[in-house]
Design a binder for this molecule. Structure first.
Ligand SMILES: Nc1ncnc2c1ncn2[C@@H]1O[C@H](COP(=O)(O)OP(=O)(O)O)[C@@H](O)[C@H]1O
Ligand SMILES: O=C(O)[C@H](O)[C@@H](O)[C@H](O)[C@H](O)COP(=O)(O)O
Length: 189
């Protein structure tokens, strides 16, 4: 595949929005490596969240540096990749976008109640559902000048992955209409 077709994607969104589920499947559909951003947190961040305390901007700095380093490695390799990373605030995403103009954000969004229900049903994950409120409070949605698309998670995982795949391909196929800036309003048919 031409290098241009190998996207560098960051799947963002609050905890429970489906970043890991969608990101892993999207990477499979794109034929690129997947990285779980949670695995890049320093242990103290995981311990803090497990104890029910939200992370601060300072806590997130070393984690975002590691996510950016992973993106940089994929860029060097030319192979593209998908990483799940909440990227709640604009300045966090700007830190990742600084790696390359090719970095594309797939921002997962949906009704808080829906996400809360999914989080509550999730088993074996360190993140307490009670922290969703702090995630929503910290969230700064994708802005029109950011290279990315907002994708609804109201459908099934498969439907969400299909929407994300369409958004990525629209921005990465040569001469695609609307290439470049601006979150596309992707929603289930
Ligand atoms: N579109 C979906 N429909 C139904 N359940 C979903 C969907 N996406 C994710 N889930 C479920 O919701 C929970 C949270 O998904 P997860 O991928 O862990 O989110 P995140 O990585 O953003 O925290 C998981 O139990 C997952 O199986
Ligand atoms: O920035 C943060 O506060 C954390 O990165 C958080 O957003 C992330 O979501 C947790 O690591 C839980 O992991 P899940 O997103 O997989 O629930």
């Amino acid at each position: 595949m031409p290098d241009r077709a190998r996207p560098l994607v960051v799947v963002t969104g609050v905890s429970g929005s489906g970043k890991s589920t969608v990101g892993r499947a999207l990477a499979g559909r794109l034929g690129v490596p997947y990285e779980e951003g949670d695995d890049l947190h320093p242990p103290e961040n995981i311990a803090k969240m497990e104890a029910g305390a939200p992370l601060t901007d300072r806590d997130r700095e070393p984690w975002l540096d590691r996510v950016a380093a992973w993106l940089g490695g994929r860029l060097q390799d030319g192979g593209g990749g998908v990483v799940a990373c909440s990227g709640l605030k604009r300045r966090y995403r700007d830190r990742l976008a600084a790696v390359s103009p090719r970095v594309f954000f797939v921002h997962l969004h949906g009704p808080v109640e829906l996400i809360a229900g999914r989080m509550a049903a999730r088993r074996g994950h360190f993140m307490p559902p009670a922290l969703l409120r702090s995630q929503v409070a910290a969230l700064e949605p994708l802005a029109p000048d950011e290279h990315g698309a907002a994708v609804s998670v109201e459908g099934t995982p498969e439907e969400t992955v299909a929407l994300a795949l369409r958004a990525v391909r629209q921005r990465h196929s040569p001469g695609a209409a609307g290439e470049g800036r601006g979150p596309g309003p992707e929603a289930p048919e």
